[in-house]
Design a protein around this ligand. Structure first.
Ligand code: FUL
Length: 688
């Protein structure tokens, strides 16, 4: 038995024996805050063998007890989440459902001139869609009630461009209602995506459209029960059908949409609806569509001078330490390369392994994961996607179902005020609201979990008590191996959730060290898990990007920029570019490249891999494609748009209206998402 006192609160008894009279915290430290002094004295008076001096000390302290209080919680550090954001953080993993005329026209961005009649799912089943998502472990679904093409999945009285004029349910259908109802039934929350950009609406670009947009938002927020998220997309490609004018309409992103007023309306009508946009206000875009949050990914960020659709991606991806606002990241990514269903992508569904990786790189960095599952033309989640989701759900459940840390004894180098309310056992209670905290002066404490028997784990989960802000900068984890501590992970930022995935470790002691923090830490959870094995998942999908290029050669290009030879477009390497930015500056669009395939090929289509280096300059989003038998006489085989390529620069595959025999092809870049030159990584041909 060891006695010592604490300057502010009196006395602790560090205990080496079994304790019967007190409820002992698991770390074996009996804490007697002053207000319990009387109890302590009474217990000690029952005849326990303690030194007389110590007994006297307890009695004296007990007499003073009325003047001392239990420890106060730490003061919050920096911005803190709102109640709505706390609920949002709790959802962690949920789904997106992209469904509109694009599903039937094989596009990613409809132009706005699609006939309502094309929207004709033959076996739409909201229960099947929601059920597949529920099985994956999703907590919410966000539906594209209206995408950029302007087609509304509910019978809005404000437009004719909706399901009411489609064959779906004889024009009496309401996809929004069916999905919302199915969500409620399966215990999922529901959210709405209402695209601000509307390529159909005649008034787009004028104030009248804003009234229309808000009217529609009001409909969605008042007709379908509780809405947990309003997803406000930042994309705007400029041109569109716009009531038949077929023109480019530029808007001023800083003022046109009048966002603060729309945000206010959303929160008034649906207080729990977290608003997503590039700049929040409740959650922010993570800056890419490939499923990865930054490491670290701070929940805080300063958005001064940024607007939806105009915020810098790297900062969105990693947030900003000590940013002025709490706007955590949401990672949106599709289970397939595109956001909408394309039969050509049936063998490119993300595998359960890949989904696990995405989970660690999003949820595991304190962001939420928004995984898109696009229904097919039947109006069902395709079998391949269902298989992947099911297996992913199984792995999540099995992995995180058992917290191996539960049986541990936790001991900390410091406990705030010696108060068990802030004791390290709070790390193990599975409650995100309770936490271990230290005295204000203790900013680099450590906590050890000890086990009677060694445990084997490969995942550590840490959570901060985020109501008190994002406090910790740096941390490290050690395992007790062969009689010594061995560091197995370290990093920066914890936030709502930090998952560490490591090689399996077997040990009887694990230690968390906070190595840098501006204030005392407040940690809510310290969990250990063992990843479920990967059996039973579909095999990795193979990317089919066309026929062999062994005999190909570049006949000509309109220009080769510095280090950007045409040959790079057919070298099979995604990291080399053909581009037209020379030492003398940009060579303006259009720019073309001609390739000889070395023999006649039955061309069914072509592929274009956009530049993969993260730079949007010269990224081709409009093209023309020609074929020729002799390299002299050309016929145009395709012309079109690579939609959403800036945010999602995936392989673009274009199928020709009719296959054609040719030996030569010519790709003409007619427009780029930024700057006035061409740049692309690779071209390929789809053939028999
Ligand atoms: C982007 C859109 O342009 C895509 O089509 C998709 O909806 C994605 C989630 O957001 O900005």
């Amino acid at each position: 038995m060891k006695w010592f006192t604490d300057g502010r609160f009196g006395m602790f008894i560090r205990w080496g024996l079994d304790v019967h009279a007190f409820t002992a915290p698991k770390d074996g430290t009996i804490v007697l805050p002053m207000k319990n002094g009387v109890k302590a004295a009474a217990w000690l008076a029952t005849g326990a063998a303690v030194p007389a001096a110590a007994l006297l000390a307890v009695a004296v302290l007990a007499a003073l007890s009325s003047t001392v209080r239990a420890a106060e919680p730490p003061k919050p550090y920096g911005p803190v989440p709102s109640e709505r954001q706390i609920v949002w953080h709790g959802m962690e993993f949920y789904g997106f459902v992209h469904f509109t005329t694009n599903t039937f026209t094989d596009k990613e961005w409809g132009f706005g001139d699609e006939k309502e009649s094309v929207f004709n799912p033959t076996a739409f089943d909201a229960e099947q869609i929601v059920g597949a998502c529920a099985e994956a472990g999703m907590t919410k679904l966000i539906l594209t009630c209206k995408h950029h093409d302007g087609f509304c999945l509910w019978p809005s009285p404000f437009t004719e461009h909706s399901v009411k004029n489609s064959p779906f349910r004889g024009g009496k259908g309401d996809v929004v209602k069916e999905i919302a109802d199915a969500c409620r039934k399966h215990g999922l929350k529901f959210g709405v995506y209402l695209s601000p950009w509307d390529r159909n609406h005649k008034d787009y670009g004028t104030p009248a459209y804003i009234t229309y947009y808000r009217n529609q938002m009001r409909e969605l927020l008042t007709r379908y029960g509780t809405i947990h998220e309003a997803w406000l997309d930042g994309a705007n490609g400029g041109d569109g059908w716009y009531g038949g004018t077929r023109e480019r309409r530029n808007i001023d992103r800083t003022t046109y949409y009048g966002w603060p007023e729309t945000w206010k309306m959303i929160h008034q009508l649906q207080p729990m609806a977290a608003i997503f946009s590039d700049v929040g206000p409740d959650c922010r875009w993570a800056g890419n569509e490939h499923g990865t949050a930054g490491d670290p990914c701070w929940a805080t960020i300063s958005t001064d001078g940024w607007y939806p659709g105009q915020a810098p991606s790297p900062q969105l991806n990693s947030g900003q330490r000590n940013g002025k606002l709490w706007i955590p990241a949401e990672v949106d990514v599709s289970i397939r390369p595109g956001w909408f269903y394309h039969a050509s992508e049936d063998n490119r569904v993300r595998t359960p392994d890949n989904l696990m990786t995405l989970y660690f790189e999003s949820v595991g960095r304190g962001a939420n994961l928004l995984l898109n599952v696009p229904p097919d033309r039947r109006g069902l989640v395709h079998e391949n996607d269902v298989r992947s989701l099911k297996e992913f759900g199984r792995r999540l459940r099995e992995t995180f179902g058992t917290d191996l840390a539960k049986g541990a004894t936790a001991t900390a180098s410091n406990v705030r005020g010696g108060d068990p309310k802030f004791g390290p056992q709070k790390l193990l209670d599975g409650d995100r609201e309770t936490y271990w905290a230290t005295d204000d002066s203790s900013t680099t404490p450590e906590v050890t979990l000890s086990f009677k028997e060694p445990v084997t784990f490969n995942i550590v989960r840490l959570r901060e008590a985020i109501r008190l802000g994002q406090r910790v900068d740096d941390w490290a984890l050690d395992a007790w191996v062969d009689g010594a501590w061995k560091e197995f992970a370290k990093g920066t930022a914890i936030g709502a959730c930090r998952l560490v995935r490591t090689a399996p470790l077997t040990t009887a002691k694990v230690r968390l060290r906070i190595t840098k923090s501006p204030v005392c830490p407040a940690i809510a959870e310290f969990g250990l898990f063992r990843e479920a094995d990967g059996g039973g998942g579909p095999a990795a999908a193979k990317l089919d990007d066309g026929i062999s290029k062994a005999k190909w050669k570049v006949v000509s290009t309109s220009f080769d920029g510095s280090g950007g030879n045409g040959a790079n477009a057919i070298d099979g390497k995604p990291n080399t570019l053909w581009h037209t930015h020379g030492a003398d500056g940009e060579h303006a669009l259009p720019q073309e490249i001609v390739v000889d395939m070395g023999g006649t090929v039955n061309v069914k289509g072509f592929t274009c891999l956009p530049r993969q280096d993260g730079c949007p300059h010269g990224m081709v989003d409009k093209y023309e494609f020609y074929l020729s038998a002799d390299g002299k006489e050309w016929s145009k085989a395709a012309e079109g748009e690579f939609a959403n390529i800036r945010a999602n620069p995936i392989l673009q595959a274009v199928t020709l209206a009719a296959p054609a025999k040719a030996r030569y092809f010519k790709f003409v870049a007619t427009h780029a998402v930024e700057k006035n030159h061409a740049a692309l990584a690779e071209l390929g041909i789809l053939a028999d």
